[in-house]
Write a protein that binds this ligand. Structure first.
Ligand code: GDP
Length: 331
């Protein structure tokens, strides 16, 4: 029942205290697709905002099977072992398209999910008012206010999602597998240019030596690419989530990245740029939403589409009439 929903004040205090159940409910609130929850969520976020920003935000991508969830479990457990608190969020591009999920279904990160220092949140489903990436950013702010030191955001490497995640994290890493010389050739330069580190994963057993070779190949290529972050040379590393070899080095790399960037100002500058981009992307989302949900536009659009396709109207004229309809009445 409605009256059993915690109030904004209760959620606010609960999150700041690190109360896990209220933290989860606060995230559920920002993830809600119900319009009446939107205002309440924004009131909560506004209050929490000053308490956010103190975590290091790390994005992790890689093709299915690269070992992302295994790595996050291993890395997360390592960080918890250092006494840090770790929140894991996910952006699942598939949930937007099909309602299905690449990331969510299997039982994942069992050990980490039982750790008191860790908090794992499966990916939200899309909806209006900004969709999946607004929800992930807002969930991140809530986790920061709740005192988490490290935010890990996972996504499957299937194109657009890497760019979205790059725009909300400080450090972005790409998990790759060994030996795939062809794959290496075919890998989009663009994705490598987003990464602050490339991790050749599953470097264990008979695979270890090949992983070292693959690392060198990546390093050779990286040498010719634009670095993702000013003043930071992206390098390749090897690691195994089974043996834990190399996991601690990745943390050292991230700490060094943070220190370098904070000293030079690049770190904070990127966060400012990200906020500005978030503002504009949300404006774009809202405009789209209101445009396509406008009754007049909805009525007129199929007709205009037919006219354009039949060659009876230019695209520009059709767009012009749609905008006249949109701007002439506010519905
Ligand atoms: P995801 O789809 O990227 O999340 O990949 P998963 O974490 O589900 O891992 C895919 C498979 O790779 C699983 O069978 C894991 O057991 C295996 N795997 C993950 N990490 C390692 C590793 O460090 N070494 C080895 N040998 N296998 C691994």
């Amino acid at each position: 029942r409605k009256d059993q929903e915690p109030s904004v004040q209760e959620l606010y205090e609960g999150v700041l205290k690190g109360d896990r159940s209220l933290l989860a409910r606060a995230i559920t609130l920002v993830e809600s697709n119900a319009e009446q929850h939107f205002q309440k969520a924004q009131t909560l976020l506004q209050k929490l905002l000053v308490h956010s920003g103190n975590a290091i935000r790390i994005g992790i991508t890689g093709v299915p099977g690269a070992g992302k969830s295994t790595f996050i479990e291993a890395f997360g457990m390592y960080l918890c072992g250092l006494g840090l608190r770790v929140a894991v969020l996910a952006i699942d591009p598939s949930s937007k398209l099909s309602g299905g999920s690449i990331l969510g279904d299997k039982t994942r990160m069992e050990q980490l999910s039982r750790n008191q220092r860790a908090f794992i949140r499966p990916s939200p489903t899309a909806g209006k008012l900004g969709g999946v990436h607004r929800k992930t950013r807002e969930a991140m702010l809530i986790c920061e206010a709740a005192g988490f030191d490290v935010i890990l955001i996972e996504t499957v490497g299937v194109g657009q999602s890497e760019v979205i995640i790059r725009d909300m994290v400080d450090f972005f890493m790409l998990l790759v597998l060994t030996g795939a010389g062809d794959e290496l050739q075919g890998m989009k330069k663009g994705i490598m240019e987003l990464a602050d580190a490339i991790i050749v994963h599953k470097a264990d057993g008979p695979n270890k030596q090949k992983a070292e070779q693959t690392k060198e190949e990546y390093n050779r290529i990286l040498h010719f690419l634009q670095p993702a972050t000013k003043g930071w040379a992206t390098k390749a590393f090897t690691c195994s989530s089974l043996t834990m070899e190399g996991v601690n080095d990745i943390w050292k790399v991230i700490k060094s990245f943070e220190q370098t960037g904070k000293n030079s100002g690049v770190f904070n500058e990127r966060r400012k740029i990200q906020l500005r981009e978030w503002l504009y992307s949300m404006i774009t989302d809202q405009l789209q939403y209101h445009f396509y949900h406008h009754h007049g536009v909805k009525d007129l659009l199929p007709m205009m589409e037919n006219k354009v396709i039949a060659g009876e109207s230019t695209v520009a004229t059709a767009v012009e009439s749609l905008f006249q309809t949109f701007l002439s009445s506010h519905e």
